[in-house]
Write a protein that binds this ligand. Structure first.
Ligand code: SF4
Length: 625
């Protein structure tokens, strides 16, 4: 069972089959990790991400489409339009499953078509077809042009116009971050559609099916995945981050907002929710369905609510629902767009430059979203993101990005481990790629002290490695949210016992650091800690366990780092804007800031990188890079 890829050359409009060597499959599994490795091998440094020399890989994990919990996911790997380093973007929808059923685990797309095209992947064959009449359509209109049984991956006008944070859509799901939609646009690639009837092969079908049944029950009975996420979706985080001082407010100036309730998951549920829904084979079903313009659409996630809401000073939920919808239709990442807007609002407030947007004013936003997507007039500048804008207009200290990618919706001054994650994340500031320590620094059932630095490096690396392996196998990362034992949810989160357990996550840092460097000692499989490992084993026949997963994740984190190093990235780029590392939080606790240098020192040491953040020769040899 070795992965089958197709290499497509858009210049010559030809394709050929590629069988992935067994060794690569065992070392990188699929999805994000294998995508990054292939990109590292196939690309030379210095390539412009929007040139024909960029390589665009869309691939699945070995579990994609097997029916295991939350495995409709697929990955895109390419050179990052926002940062110039590595890009990976993960997405739900049906495309990944259909690609696999069509007989391909992944596509490696090279070159640039001389005119708009789409790829049709049908039962083991690929045709490169004319897309002239699709050019100019939004993501919804484009998908409607294809048979409803097809899996689709398309761009809207933003991708065509090379908006740097353009996304790609599959159904209503979005590969949002790092400008993957702009890369498709730069290749004149409007869409990829797939359909097939192939069965996804399983190594031990009986054991796999029994395990999936047991695991699904476990997910449904867990307070986080069985209740909180299905009741409120990620939107349920608004009130929590607000209470813990992590809710980005007015361009990350403050960490809480007195109007947060109006944009909360509770308000969304009470006033707008028609039902919850989810990706195929997902028992968690975190998606919100809401009404807009007489039809049922996907509701906003936490990131969109916070960054269009408190971060712009706007408490109108209906407007946020609408903006979210239009961003998806034009094909733009709501995180980068909203943080670019909050930076522009601060420029306006400081009388430096007026883009017609200001804090608390909602009327212009819908229009501005459209103009950014079409790169109209001065709005074309906003299509480049906050880093490029700050190089022209100044205010670098409040341009909220790392490596050029805007931060997600957790103020790291009250979650310093999340700050370390943003700074070290290979694709730029990303909560998920950064290990998502905000989820335990926020308080609750496993309250890890949010502003302590010692021990955060080890935890950050642990979760970064684990998430990379989970994602590479084809699972949604939310399947990892069961790692906090049910029992802990019974404790008083502000009580002594919960505090002691949370604290022990930091005090056991030396042991965790040791295990991270000797992952083979973790040769067990546990449903409660890393349920994915056994599932991968039964599906693929690979000898996977918890330690092997950490090893795969570590290898991927390092190959991605090496891709960035080759492009000139080093310790100097593992940074956050001065507002977060030097300024004082002007509310609540005035002494809080992210003491990044302290944590980076520990982080590099545990990773086996030198003081400039470059993986050492010994480290690379040890993990077989
Ligand atoms: S948890 Fe949410 S995002 Fe993840 S697979 Fe399920 S519905 Fe999709």
């Amino acid at each position: 069972m070795r992965p089958i890829y197709a290499e497509v050359n858009l210049n010559t409009r030809t394709w050929s089959k590629v069988i992935i060597p067994k060794e690569l499959y065992e070392q990188y599994l699929g999805g994000k990790a294998l995508g990054s490795k292939l990109l590292y091998d196939l690309m030379s440094p210095g390539v412009d991400p929007l040139s024909e020399d960029n390589v665009f890989i869309v691939n699945t994990g070995p579990l994609t489409g097997t029916g295991a919990p939350s495995t409709s996911r697929f990955n895109i790997s390419t050179k990052n339009v926002m940062t110039g380093g590595i890009a990976t973007s993960n997405c739900g929808g049906t495309f990944g499953i259909k690609l696999k059923k069509a007989g391909f685990d992944g596509l490696i797309i090279k070159g640039k078509a001389s005119s708009p095209v789409f790829l049709e992947v049908l039962d083991g064959a690929i045709e490169i077809k004319d897309a002239t009449d699709l050019w100019g359509l939004d993501t919804e209109e484009t998908q409607e042009r294809f048979d409803s049984s097809y899996g689709k991956l398309v761009i809207g006008q933003a991708g065509e116009n090379l908006v740097k944070y353009a996304s790609a859509a599959s159904g209503e799901r979005v590969a949002g971050r790092t400008g993957v939609g702009a890369v498709m646009g730069s290749k004149n690639l409007k869409a990829i559609v797939a359909f097939g009837t192939k069965k996804v092969a399983l190594d031990n079908e009986m054991k796999f099916k029994n395990y999936v049944k047991k695991w699904t029950r476990f997910i449904k009975n867990h307070p986080m995945t069985g209740q909180q996420l299905s009741m409120f979706g990620t939107a349920g985080l608004v009130n929590k981050t607000n209470a813990s001082g992590m809710l980005p407010t007015l361009n990350f100036k403050f960490g809480s907002w007195d109007k947060a309730e109006a944009i909360s998951g509770e308000a969304l549920r009470e006033k707008h929710l028609t039902r919850n829904s989810g990706c195929i084979s997902c028992p968690i079903r975190c998606e919100r369905r809401v009404l807009f313009d007489g039809k049922e659409i996907k509701g906003p996630e936490y990131e969109t609510l916070a960054l269009f809401g408190s971060n712009l000073g706007i408490d109108d939920l209906q407007s946020i629902i609408e903006w979210n919808y239009y961003c998806d239709k034009y094909g733009m990442d709501t995180i980068s767009l909203a943080v670019t807007l909050s930076y522009a609002m601060e420029l306006q407030k400081n009388r430096i430059k007026d883009f017609g947007v200001s804090f608390g004013e909602k009327d212009a936003i819908k229009d501005v979203i459209g103009k950014i997507a079409m790169r109209e007039g001065i709005y074309s500048e906003l299509a480049n993101g906050s880093k490029i804008l700050s190089e022209k207009y100044g205010g670098k200290e409040y341009a909220i990005h790392a490596k050029g990618l805007e931060l997600a919706a957790y103020d790291p001054r009250k979650a310093v481990g999340m700050g370390l994650g943003y700074a070290t994340s290979n694709r730029g500031a990303c909560h998920l790629d950064g290990g998502y320590l905000a989820s335990i620094e926020i308080g609750g059932s496993l309250p890890v002290p949010p502003t302590k630095t010692k021990g955060k490096a080890e935890l950050c690396i642990f979760f970064q490695n684990l998430s990379d392996a989970v994602s590479s196998a084809g699972f949604c990362l939310f399947t990892s949210q069961t790692f906090i034992p049910k029992l802990l949810y019974k404790l008083n989160p502000s009580g002594k016992a919960a505090g002691m357990i949370g604290n022990s996550m930091l005090t056991s840092r030396h042991m965790l650091g040791f295990l991270l460097n000797h992952p083979r000692l973790l040769s067990m499989n546990s449903m409660s800690l890393v349920p994915h490992a056994a599932c991968i084993k039964y599906a693929t026949g690979l000898k996977i366990n918890t330690g092997k997963m950490l090893e795969i994740g570590d290898r991927n984190y390092n190959i991605e780092r090496m891709f960035n190093v080759r492009e000139g990235f080093a310790s100097k780029d593992d940074m956050l804007p001065a507002r977060l590392t030097e300024d004082l939080l002007e509310e609540k606790n005035p002494t809080t800031r992210v003491r990044l240098r302290e944590m980076l020192h520990d982080y590099y040491k545990v990773r086996g990188w030198d003081k400039d953040g470059i993986p050492t020769v010994q480290k690379l040899k040890k993990i077989k890079i």
